[in-house]
Design a protein around this ligand. Sequence first.
Ligand code: PMP
Length: 405
Amino acid sequence: VISARSTKHGVHRGMSSVTIPPPAFCHRPLEAPFRYLFGPGPSNVPPRVLAAGGRPIIGHMHSEMFGIMNDIKKGIQYAFQTSNNMTLAMSGSGHTAMECALFNIVEPGESVLVAINGIWGERVAEIAERMGAKVHTLVKTPGGHFTNAEIEQALAKHKPVLFFLTHGESSAGLVHPVDGIGDICHKYNCLLLVDSVASLGAAPLLMDQQNIDILYTGSQKALNAPPGTAPISFSERACHKMFNRKTKPVSYLLDMTNLSNYWGNDGKPERIYHHTGPVSGFFALRESLAILAETGLENSWKHHTEVAEYFWKGLEDLGLKLFIKDKDLRLPSVTTIAIPEGYNWKELLAYIMKHHRIEFTGGLGPSVGMLLRIGLMGYNCNKANAAMALAALEDALKQCRMSKA
Ligand code: PMP
């Protein structure tokens, strides 16, 4: 048995201290094939954003990095349509922003109300339960939505400190109406938390005008940055609640007192090291926010709607049934179709991946086995891609019909 032996110069020369051999992959080049990412995310990243992410690293505390973070903050304020000072990007995926919102706003023992009409409400309810909140839910089957009256009734009954709603329910393909809900929440002294991971840039959302207290999104959907960063913003009302709490948030990494200093939002002259942010991810996020701002939010919403309508018509022409019947409630970025009769959905997806290099996905959480999901967002959102997706579906429908035997 070869063992490491220490000398005063460190590990003894000539003695091997390594017992695990180098892994075989080091002799193979990295393999990341090109795929058309037409699922619910991540979506393909445009060359300009990839190039930004490929720039040489600078230090996370360099003044230039703080300048880039300030740009990101301005980019998010535009994308969210908010003048909130407490605006930043999380180091982590959409779930990080989800946990950050809950951990900072809610103290153990407080009540939260969660609208569940797909997987995202389920997730939030689970996270809230884990951190010791009293969780109340409003539940509909995937694709369902809540009226303002239903929400008001539940707020009056449960008196939560926070109400959660998913704007773009990517597991069902639904865009939820938001108008008036912020005002109702405030009437009951409750904060409104909205998930726009799948909808930002694709469907209209106006944080300040719609009185949303906490809004978050992800980098890898219509923003077309690589996964791994997540914009979030807190209203003054939300800041008042989270900065006057009695207990410290359960997570050190996601504590907004620290993060607001890291992002230069706390008015202090100096930023103190908290964690090392994803420098390349922030470069890419800045570029993707710049593209959205150059395009213009309204143009981006209109473009997503036009392409989605073209795609929906093509799906109907193929004899497929759209899962969300009401056009106004369909999420333009992620279209859901009922699984066609006589087909195995997993076979359809595998066929399309193998023969067309296109990713579509099945349902998620409560919608598994109910539907197929096709995302055309941001950079991927154009009629040529929609036509390619339709042609792939048409081919798969011809080839994958199950035999009746
Ligand atoms: N919310 C919604 C609506 C989503 O679509 C997703 C990602 N599919 C998330 C939250 C979670 O984001 P992430 O996978 O980046 O953690």
